[in-house]
Design a protein around this ligand. Sequence first.
Ligand code: AMP
Length: 280
Amino acid sequence: MNVITTVAEMVAARDRLPRLLGLVPTMGYLHEGHMTLVRQARADCRSVVASIFVNPTQFGPHEDFASYPRDMERDLAMLRNEGVDVVFAPTVEEMYPPGFSTYVNVERITEALEGARRPGHFRGVATIVTKLFTIVRPDKSYFGQKDGQQVAVIKRMTADLALGTEIVVAPTLREPDGLAMSSRNVYLTPAERAAAPMLYRALCRAREMYRGGVRDAKALRDEMMRMISAEPLARVEYISVADAETLQEATTVERPVMVSLAVRFGRATLIDNIIIGGME
Ligand code: AMP
């Protein structure tokens, strides 16, 4: 496994890698959720590049950029174990050299949900993902449904700018009790960790109601709010039932919708989502 830290070396290496080439972008501190993306890429492609880069421009000024968990040695061991060909792990200076002033701004679908809660977040995501696509030029790029709005934004951007990579979406990997795996779960205290699976229970309850014939989006939101409000450690940031493609809030569930939520537990804001209303 080749570990590359400069853009110039990555560009040179990319030209030598046999196609199909798959890219798995990450911020490191890897867990089994990341590994499902890597394994999918390994199964689909002849070459796999994984990137590890904690991207400062997608963090707000009061967010956890400096304290975001990092463990490069462990990450490299996990990626080597899965047969990854190249790890691209640039420094911040390498990706944002002095004078850097070009950003990618995806309109409309970035305004609600995580975009409203984290101003500038998707500008940072869209910019770094575009830059990674430009450097690596992958045939296929792998993202997790865990970050559902991110998937919608990256699909929109890739189509709009003809970035020439296929976006492959992997299902959310969960702990046995239903909590979506996340690098930020390490922030949870034992009491918060014990309460956190209620997020997925609330999402499943919405799905059950849908299967039971409920089509009113507000009824689904209200029920999830009722469940989560009962937990004193949880503070709801948003609960949403929105069109899966445009992310406009839905009034009824007649097409696929993303049921999503962001809930704060102490230091950590956890996000999760499921898609309902499609072919199930
Ligand atoms: P991150 O390192 O948090 O930026 O995540 C890198 C990629 O892994 C993103 O495409 C995430 O959506 C994906 N990912 C994170 N957690 C999970 C999970 N529990 N299941 C599946 N994919 C995930």
